[in-house]
Design a protein around this ligand. Sequence first.
Ligand code: PGA
Length: 262
Amino acid sequence: MKTRWIGTSWKMNKTSDEVAAFCQQILPALQGCPEWIQSFLIPPFPYVQQVGEALDSVDTLTGVQNICWAEQGAYTGEVSAKMAKDIGASLVEIGHSERRELFNESDHTVNLKVHAALEQGLMPLICVGDSLEEKRWGVSLESIVRQVKIALHGVSPEQLARVWIAYEPVWAIGEQGIPASAEEAESGLAAIRAGVRQCFGEACAEHTVLLYGGSVNPDNAAELLQQPNIDGLFIGRSAWQAEGYAQLLQIAASVDNEVACV
Ligand code: PGA
């Protein structure tokens, strides 16, 4: 069976009471997941440990939404990869379009953070995406492949085995987002896999974990998961309530996994 990665980042949402309620409500769904579904949750920093402890009995990975590229020192307000690891995170989201747009994150800092994560044994979940302008200009694929190649610059083939990449078209994310069609998502991820192949060869590219994110919901999840280059889903709003996340896990469990194999 091919592993399916199904997870969510809460962005800057929830309080500790809401986190506790979510964890309690989602537990039965996580316990009932087939072992080939890898669930993951990316809460805001203050709740990473709480989520890890509440879901200790199930095989769910927890992550953080950002790290600093530096190891330690005079970086007020920042959190290092080592600190994230220390509070139980096993993955780190890097380069989400909100970070790129609102906090001036560049392809270069994304690359620095990927290295910082890998050095501390965190798995980087690298987010790349094309803007609406790039889509209109017909340069979406060039743009996302460029972002991927810079993010992975200097990464070894051994390290690549611990990297996840999410294609999240900027035009598909959030309230105003228009979900990508399954074909659009697949063509973006096929281009990303081809870019990884160019840099690391066929064997590495074949095993790289590729996710789609951007207005994933119960109506489009199954079709997205049936695309050959989509290994999993990175979900926002639709999985912020336990009921929604449980529904998406159930959909993933019901997709014909053999058909979906690359
Ligand atoms: P959305 O968010 O599913 O709410 O569009 C996706 C994301 O930002 O990763």
